[in-house]
Write a protein that binds this ligand. Structure first.
Ligand code: G6P
Length: 491
């Protein structure tokens, strides 16, 4: 946090993302506020609170309200305001084309190797361009100088850096791509690949989670654009403009926000077992995801089934609780996935249930972060089986929640987090028996081994927290600006 302040001395930053950090919805006469399930929001919100400034996002909750009621510009967090949330409203048609269509039926499956074929429609692409321009105009309006610091978030805004650069040539634009970047062949199927790449290269800094995604991006640029790439300094020059392309593994706030006011681990354990109607020594696994086909939830349930098959002594003595926040439910692929998840849980439960016990408890609804934290603290093992994931902050949140230094983490090798949390039990989620064995190992792990593993994972999340992530990008941006200044003088 201090490092961030030093980087920013007196500057207000502008963050742009599709998802807003607080959603206001009307319930009768009252307005309720909740925090969405989004790794992006989890990571960026503490940075924004530390820096202050303006966060521009797509207004999602209050769309059905009267215009006067809509809270276009709200001070947040509600209980203790530290920055301004500026909402951009989209019509149904705009949301369908830009968000559901191009971003989530096109770019999302394009970048995750999850075997869902991307859909690219010209009409969605038109909306995507128009909405990127709308957000660029909002940035220009919010900027109080000709060289603001703008943090552009994720695949909803690939064109935004180029658009901001055209209007504010001196801006410092830091773009972070929160999802994986595929290889050039895969990315190349997008009909507008050149436009997307050029837009992104409007950035001063372009960040990915892992060196592998960074390398894929550089190879993609090399394949499809005329640029100069300097591998040593990891920079790309396109039309005379230099962009630094680096990997910055994202993280979470440390210490965790609820550290002071959370129930003890004992209370969380007892509460969870009471909720399940289970004995105090009952083993519990937890999964926390958006209901998304990239998260490997079906593979995970099959691993739980295999676990019970291979280790019958766990039947009646182990429950897997899956929290699954509904997500993008307007899309066919998400509705189909939702049905598959429910059906598989039902089938496995029918196979193994006895008395009041069932092996899988599926909670397919939104849970506020504090509530999720209590589940993390009450569980014996947390399971992350993404088929492909930029970072996966659930793994880091679980580790941060366990100040008792207990609990096992089963983690997919296809997450960015697996490159950092080496003490997790790393699995290939497509290998059901391997995942089942890792689960078995986690629930039977001696306390001492749990402690050793958890301690070292906690040290990593503590030292490489989200302030460090943002601080490193700002520091690199300052270097690029300095380099540009010097080369302008030499010329
Ligand atoms: C991923 C994306 C974020 C997005 C989040 C939730 O983490 O990288 O940009 O906000 O999923 O998805 P949603 O579509 O609900 O915002």
């Amino acid at each position: 946090r201090n490092l961030l302040h030093k980087q920013l001395t007196g500057e207000r930053i502008i963050v742009v993302s599709n998802r807003e950090p607080y959603i206001h919805t009307r319930k009768g006469e009252r307005i309720e506020v909740h925090r969405p399930a989004s790794g992006l929001v989890t990571a960026v919100e503490p940075v924004m609170r530390a820096c202050s400034g303006t966060w521009i996002a797509h207004g999602s909750g209050t769309a059905d309200m009267e215009a006067s009621d809509r809270h276009d510009r709200v001070p947040v967090p509600p209980e203790h305001p530290e920055y301004t949330l500026r909402r951009i409203w989209l019509s149904k048609e705009e949301e369908n084309g830009y968000y559901y269509g191009f971003a989530n039926e096109g770019l999302w499956p394009l970048c995750h190797i999850a075997h869902v074929r991307p859909i690219f429609r010209s009409s969605d692409w038109e909306k995507y361009q128009a909405i990127n321009q709308r957000f660029a105009d909002a940035v220009v309006k919010e900027a109080d100088s000709d060289n603001p610091v703008v943090l552009v978030q994720d695949y909803h805004f690939a064109l935004l850096p180029g658009m901001i650069r055209a209007a504010l040539p001196k801006a410092t634009i830091i773009t972070f791509w929160h999802i994986p970047w595929p290889n050039p062949e895969s990315f190349g199927i997008c009909p507008w690949r050149e436009e997307l790449l050029k837009g992104m290269l409007g950035s001063t800094i372009l960040g990915f989670h892992t060196p592998f995604h960074r390398k894929n991006f550089l190879e993609t640029v090399d394949r499809y654009l005329e640029t100069r790439i300097e591998h040593e300094s990891s920079t790309v020059t396109h039309n005379g403009k230099l962009t630094m392309v680096e990997s910055y593994p994202i993280s979470i706030q440390w210490p965790p926000p609820w550290q002071e006011r959370q129930p003890t681990v004992e209370e969380c354990r007892a509460g969870l077992r009471q909720e399940l109607g289970a004995a105090p020594d009952h083993k519990v696994g937890i999964g926390v995801d958006r209901l998304d086909y990239t998260k490997g939830i079906l593979e995970r349930f099959r691993a739980v089934e295999k676990l019970l098959e291979l280790h019958p002594e766990l039947q009646g003595n182990f429950t897997f609780v899956q929290i699954a926040a509904p997500s993008r439910s307007a899309l066919d692929d998400y509705q189909a996935f939702d049905a598959q998840v429910h059906n598989l849980a039902l089938r496995i439960n029918q196979r193994y249930s006895s008395g009041s016990w069932k092996p899988i408890v599926l909670k397919a609804e939104h849970h506020e972060p504090e509530v999720v934290n209590r589940y993390y603290r009450g569980a014996d093992v947390c399971v992350v089986t993404s088929l492909h994931d930029g970072m996966n902050l659930v793994a880091k949140e679980f580790v941060a929640s366990r100040d008792d230094e207990q609990g096992g983490l089963v983690l997919s090798q296809f997450t960015g987090a697996a490159h950092e949390l080496h003490e997790a039990l790393v699995v290939n989620p497509y290998h059901i028996e391997q995942t089942a064995q890792a689960l078995h190992r986690a629930v039977n792990m001696p306390d001492l081994e749990q402690r050793e593993r958890m301690r070292s994972m906690r040290a990593l999340v503590r030292d490489f927290n989200v302030y460090r992530w943002a601080g490193r990008m700002l520091l690199d941006a300052a270097r690029v600006r300095q380099r540009e200044k010097l080369s302008a003088r030499i010329r």
